[in-house]
Design a protein around this ligand. Structure first.
Ligand code: SF4
Length: 236
C-alpha cells in the first residue's frame, strides 16, 4: 500500500479532482523554475552544511537576498542545536494506512555535560545519560525552513501532524518533541509542541482522511481553488 505524504493529504483537502490528476493519474505539470528556486537553494545549502560538506562554492552563487535568508537560518536558535539528521525520510502507520515524507532537519538539545570533581568526560556523559533515562529524555526539534509563508493553521497543517506522529513513533523515549516552522523571510519561528492529546487528535485526523481518500471513487472538483491551479487545462 502507498504511503500518504503531507502534500497528498493537503491536495486532497484542497481539491479532490486535483488529487486525482496528480496522484491517481500521475500527471505532472511543470512549474516555472523560478517558482521554487530560492527555497530549493536554501534547502540544499542547509542540508550540505548540516552534513559537514564544504559549501563555499554554493555560497558564491547566492544573490544578496538569498544571502540574507541564509544568514537568518544560520543564526536561528533551532538551526544551531545539535544535528541528528537532515532530508530525513520518516513513516508511520495510522490505522490501516501508512503516512510519511521527508523532513528538512531533526535536531536535539546539545548534549553538553560538566564533569563533577574526579570525573572524566566519558564518566560525566554516562552519568548524564543515566539521569536522562530516569525521566528527562532528550528534547527533539523537527525543523521546516520556509522561504515563503508558514501555513495559516500550523498546528493542524498536514505537514505538522504527519512529521510529529512519525517522529513520535521513531524516538519513543524523549523529553519533548517540537515542530518548528522557521519563517526565514520575517526571521521568526512558529513552535508547536507535541503532547499526548495531540497524539490522539492527530492520529484520528490522519486516519480519517487516509480512509476517505482510499474510499473515494468519484473525485469532486473544488472551484474555489482553480485560479492558480496548474491542472486547469485538464479540468474544463
Ligand atoms: S482547476 Fe479547479 S477543479 Fe480543476 S483540479 Fe484545479 S482546483 Fe480542482
Amino acid at each position: 500500500m502507498n504511503s500518504f505524504s503531507p502534500n497528498m493529504l493537503k491536495t486532497f483537502e484542497t481539491c479532490q479532482k486535483k488529487y486525482y490528476f496528480k496522484y491517481v493519474q500521475n500527471i505532472s505539470v511543470p512549474q516555472p523554475v523560478s517558482f521554487f528556486e530560492k527555497g530549493k537553494k536554501i534547502h540544499a545549502l542547509a542540508n550540505y552544511y548540516l552534513k559537514g560538506a564544504d559549501i563555499s562554492n554554493l555560497l558564491r552563487e547566492l544573490s544578496f537576498e538569498e544571502h540574507q535568508i541564509w544568514e537568518n537560518l544560520l543564526n536561528n536558535e533551532f538551526f544551531q542545536k545539535s544535528y541528528v539528521n537532515s532530508e530525513y525520510n520518516l513513516s508511520a502507520k495510522v490505522g490501516d494506512f501508512w503516512i510519511g515524507g521527508r523532513l528538512d532537519a531533526l535536531m536535539k538539545d546539545s548534549f553538553v555535560t560538566s564533569p563533577l570533581a574526579g570525573e572524566d568526560c566519558f564518566q560525566s556523559e554516562t552519568r548524564e545519560l543515566k539521569n536522562r533515562k530516569q525521566g528527562e529524555g532528550v528534547n527533539y526539534y523537527i525543523l521546516d525552513y520556509k522561504t515563503g509563508s508558514i501555513p495559516k493553521n500550523p498546528e493542524y497543517d498536514y505537514q505538522t501532524m504527519v512529521y510529529l506522529i512519525c517522529a513520535d513513533r521513531l524516538l519513543k523515549d524523549y523529553g519533548a518533541l517540537k515542530f518548528v516552522y522557521i519563517d526565514l523571510k520575517n526571521n521568526k519561528n512558529c513552535v508547536i509542541e507535541f503532547t499526548p492529546e495531540r497524539r490522539g487528535e492527530y492520529t484520528e485526523k490522519l486516519a480519517k482522511i487516509c480512509a476517505e481518500i482510499s474510499q473515494t471513487q468519484d473525485f469532486a472538483s473544488s472551484s474555489d481553488n482553480c485560479k492558480f491551479c496548474e491542472y486547469v487545462k485538464f479540468c474544463f
